[in-house]
Design a binder for this molecule. Sequence first.
Ligand SMILES: [Zn+2]
Length: 1071
Amino acid sequence: MKLKKQVTVCGAAIFCVAVFSLYLMLDRVQHDPTRYQNGGNFPRSQISVLQNRIEQLEQLLEENHEIISHIKDSVLELTANADGPPALLPYHTPNGSWVVPPEPRPSFFSISPQDCQFALGGQGQKTELQMLTVSEELPFDNVDGGVWKQGFDIPYSPHDWDSENLQVFVVPHSHNDPGWIKTFDKYYTEQTQHILNSMVPKLQEDPRRRFLWAEVSFFAKWWENINAQKRAAVRRLVGNGQLEIATGGWVMPDEANSHYFALIDQLIEGHQWLDKNLGVTPRSGWAVDPFGHSSTMPYLLRRSNLTSMLIQRVHYAVKKHFASTHSLEFMWRQTWDPDASTDIFCHMMPFYSYDVPHTCGPDPKICCQFDFKRLPGGRINCPWKVPPRAITETNVAERAALLLDQYRKKSKLFRSNVLLVPLGDDFRYDKPQEWDAQFFNYQRLFDFLNSQPELHVQAQFGTLSDYFDALYKKTGVEPGAQLPGFPVLSGDFFSYADREDHYWTGYYTSRPFYKSLDRVLEAHLRGAEILYSLALAHIRHSGMTSQYPLSDYTLLTDARRTLGLFQHHDAITGTAKEAVVVDYGIRLLRSLVSLKQVIINAAHYLVLGDKGTYHFDPSTPFLSMDDTRLSQDALPEQTVIRMDSLPRFVVLFNPLDQERLSVVSLLINSPRIRVLSEEGQPLAVQLSARWSSATDIVPDVYQSVKRVDEAQEHRLSTEFLIYGTRTSKDKSGAYLFLPDGEAKPYVPKEPPVLRVTEGPFFSEVVAYYQHMQQVVRLYNLPGVEGLSLDVSSLVDIRDHVNKELALRIQTDIESEGTFFTDLNGFQIQPRRYLKKLPLQANFYPMPAMAYIQDSQSRLTLHTAQALGVSSLSNGQLEVILDRRLMQDDNRGLGQGLKDNKRTCNRFRLLLERRTTANKVQDGRPTSFPSLLSHLTSMHLNTPVMALPVAREQPGGPTLRSFQPLASSLPCDIHLLNLRTLQAEDDKLPSSETALILHRKGFDCGLEAKNLGFNCTTSQGKVALGSLFQGLDVGFLQPTSLTLLYALGSPSSSMDVHLEPMEISTFRLRLG
Ligand SMILES: [Zn+2]
């Protein structure tokens, strides 16, 4: 045991009336055995004070039905060697359980029955295409389709277009990855800037030319480097429709591992940039490269007022099925949507890839001949051995006929006579010659085709929106309206296979260290955004704006962009080269440090007792963060708070929407301390040793393991497993999971060392294996924290070769092949284990949670990082923790995954009793977590931040708790962000803030007993006018998700209403 002691402070409760005292649990030296016997001997006066306070509070609650405060800073004082009021001790009863002082926190939970209706049904109209059903019915037989290997022969008659011309839009595009083989900056310098530089003159040469761009991150960097004249030219090209920015996000995000907070944030960042610099609002979505598609994206794009979208990487068998049933274009609807308001028109590309050989028609050998970058003499050629030929007077008729045949065949797969033909690839159009080769040759082909009326074709360059507009026009509806005659689809497009049994399910876990760091950055960004906005509003209110570090806004902007960049489909996916991963890591860490600074600066002002004394001095920060990371790939290390004769102060920031009762761990260099609340009342603590290794083993530990298990009512066991990879030529890599069969038990060389800690507020079992440390902790706290098992796995598989480490949870739940995984932390997608598919096909992304259930119970695994998950057998949940793979998997990366880190994966395991389960409901394509599950996920993903007050404060500061909200938000309403908008000077904040609220969909049919929540529901009503304590809402404008469109006029009423599952954005002014 080291000298350092870990003090665990139980506090941060909203009504800080608890009178607890220090309890030294493991410190036998300090321990005075007589105190145990005196355990029941509490100071009566203090208990009665406490009881009175509780009664008062309960009265207050009954009157108001409101609980005060959520995002809240609490103030604690740590005092060394202090003498103080007599202690109130938790004590150990003879039967072995702990008795802790009564908790004054109100437990109050009432959900109005109306709010339970949503999950019960009625909603979610039946759609023609339900992806869950499609997957169950498809044979996935992979029959050779001839030239279109994964498809079929497409017959047509040349007269098919006699009554209506075929209208072809060829869309030149360049797919620019913001980091993959090269870093973002290297790509920019060596490739992207040249593409954009030559784009301007090449588009200006001929008004018929078009170009499509998607990644605003690159565009914004280029914009910084071009002069006013060029900027004006770009604005003209956008204005006249020659250049389209599609989607308009900061990146083209991964849709499997990303969390909806980050997805929305990067979309706002991109859209705000476009609005400000180009004055343009994106209309169509373009996602050609993400490895599978989530149904969260169509929702977010629809709510951002986009009218149509395109997707590409979908399982080849699904593509074939949709092609054969003319279902490649559909209205995409959310599974939970009751009234089609979420519908967005979606185009699914039919073939293997978005490159030129796979976009003109079914035969890549032909289409490749129309990629004029591959003309003989160039750097790349056609692997089908027939090179392109430049178009001349003499060959144009023959070449045009060849191409038209492909166009016509492709067109037969769709319901309209409008045809989309993308023309591009990764980092294309980087040289003027390439622009010329494509534009001149295609123009000659178009001119010829269009001059032959008997061909009934009209071909031209177009943007994606040109294509969609023509389609809408043909159908006779306005863009964005419901397109008649197209099927309605619900569900998602995971998991993706591009050929054979090559399932892209490895990247759900690849590089889990960074998937975890991403989530940490998200929590800090949200916390920093909210605190910055509040501090700014309050300091403006007090007229002291000049003293505040407004320049923190640039730190926020940088962090938004870093988080946005990392959502890229080669970043959070873990599919970039090692050096690029390091570059991302450095950016993530730098932003994390910046955000801590923003949080510290905002908290400094907000918790100051006497605002008049506020003085910002960047050289002497008032607060510090209590953890640091030594490098981008290191786990955080907690700072030791050093005690001497003077008290130390710690500010706790709870970024949750709700008040919380949580254990907060601090590292202190002395066990002889007292912890006082803001009011000077002693708080109860649990003192634990800090272990540097797994020594000092107690032999009778197994009993305690059992105790923890008994807290669950079901048989539940966990087991570590190892997957190997195949001996054949195709092996697992960064993208693909190609296991050599079923997993085998992980057999450590030596049996694990177990260590058990028991205490009044938490007890834990730590199992030390050679490659991991598994901590299972149970909190003895009322409310959310005490109802689930806290599980974390510290994994280090750097000495493995071609192995994947899995954690399997085996229960007696009769899940019968059905399990549930979340999409982007936003919604739940039911899954079926499909025997007809290989093992790896049954894995799905798990950004936030997965569960299995039967009519009695539901077991939910909540996660603090995205990982791959499956349920391969009845009653199981299995999650892949890390993967170490020595080879490339032939998808362009050219590397294996050999840069594994020590990674800490964190989970919460929640077992709930189902009260109203029925078969009809369980058969539906939608499902919802309980409120408790939502709150558990929030607790796991947004931990309390501890901010020790810097030591240099002479005499100690006067600090006061800060409670931003005057009344509670309903417990199904989540404040997703409070994001200060940019001023005209983009380094400064404007007076306006974006408030983003999310009303969660939840299932009331689980564990209806009083769970100790401190919030209720309100049928989606929120009174914004009086929400922020001490601040008025001066202006309130409902807007589209990314603030580009005002929805209606500024609201005179400050009461807003949200439907279940909806995310709503408001532009407002706080003052
Ligand atoms: Zn890409």
